[in-house]
Design a protein around this ligand. Structure first.
Ligand code: PRP
Length: 220
């Protein structure tokens, strides 16, 4: 008899992975090895359910899933949109909620209103480009940064930024404001298209399990 093949999960390191593992535990799927904080292991196995898990940098999760190195991934839709990989988004997990916004000093509101050719700094150049070019039909210059994007308008690199706003405290502490909302963000489950064909029943069972737990929580 051939053994059931492993289904592999790629989880975005940090809060999203912690939350996802917590939901899996609620579904009766645990991975004891992953709880050992001192471990240097990279791949964790649940032998009984024939599941494998690994943690990756958020933006790499869609890459692992597109190439089939992971069947299932969990990442924020900020990285999923930015990477634009060939994957199916099958579930909004509803946690990790925040917003992608155009932010800047109040004085930049005018520039947006009049469709001025401004500079936009962002860790998400593709999302920024899609928003300004395709949705707003405004020609802008996009400057890619790798973090602390709020510095852009503060030091004169750009007029505005496109960035994640969660509590809004980074903006407040730096005298910046939300000027426009690009899209809401949350953790999403993505699946490799071939895996979905080949392992439909098992993947569906996992998706339904997540749905059930999320629904129960919503009712509590
Ligand atoms: C993110 C984001 C904002 C901040 C928003 O940055 O880029 O800077 O969090 O959160 P808030 O609205 O709750 O203040 P992150 O901490 O990931 O670091 P980074 O700036 O280096 O990307």
């Amino acid at each position: 008899m051939t053994e059931t093949r492993y289904l592999t999960f790629a989880l975005a390191k940090g809060r999203l992975a912690i939350k996802t593992l917590e939901l899996l535990e609620n579904m009766g799927i645990s991975c004891e090895e992953m709880k050992d904080k001192a471990t240097r292991k990279l791949i964790f196995v649940n032998e009984e359910r024939r599941l494998k898990f690994f943690l990756a940098k958020g933006p790499d999760v869609p890459t692992y899933v597109e190439y089939g190195a992971a069947d299932i991934g969990v990442a924020g839709n900020d990285t999923i949109l930015e990477e634009d990989r060939n994957v199916y988004e099958v579930l909004d997990l509803g946690f990790g909620k925040c917003r992608m916004c155009v932010c800047g000093p109040e004085s930049a509101r005018e520039l947006l209103l009049h469709h001025e050719r401004i500079r936009v700094a962002s860790k998400y150049p593709n999302i920024a480009k899609d928003y300004f070019y395709n949705k707003k039909h405004q020609t802008v210059d996009i400057i890619k940064l790798n973090g602390s994007v709020e510095l852009g308008p503060l030091v004169g690199l750009s007029e505005v930024i496109v960035d994640i706003v969660e509590t809004g405290s980074t903006l407040r502490e730096n005298g910046l404001e939300v000027l426009e909302e690009v899209c809401p963000l949350s953790a999403r489950m993505i699946v490799n298209p071939v895996s979905l064909q080949m392992e439909r029943a098992r993947i569906q069972e996992i998706v339904m399990g997540f749905r059930g737990i999320l629904h129960q929580r919503f009712l509590q």
